[in-house]
Design a protein. Structure first.
Length: 80
């Protein structure tokens, strides 16, 4: 019969308050670049009267790239 493992032999165990804090940080890490770059791109498109929202789409692409780099750096200690 196996004995239950209460996390004593698991060095990768993360406590719950740290995970809750991390989940809130992830929300901000994803939302902040998206809002900043998308709204900036929309403003530029409106200011220069573009017929297609090229700058908005480029801003969203930059936000996705920035968020990916930021997430990798933040989650690197949990991935290993």
């Amino acid at each position: 019969m196996e004995t239950p493992n209460n996390g004593q032999n698991n060095p990768k165990r993360v406590d719950k308050p740290a995970l809750i804090s991390l989940s809130f940080e992830l929300g901000y890490i994803i939302a902040i670049p998206l809002v900043i770059f998308a709204l900036s791109g929309k403003w530029v498109d409106n200011h220069f009267h573009h017929s297609f929202p090229w700058v908005t789409l480029i801003g969203i692409g930059i936000a996705i790239f920035t968020t990916t780099i930021w997430l990798i750096q933040r989650l690197q200690k949990y991935i290993k």
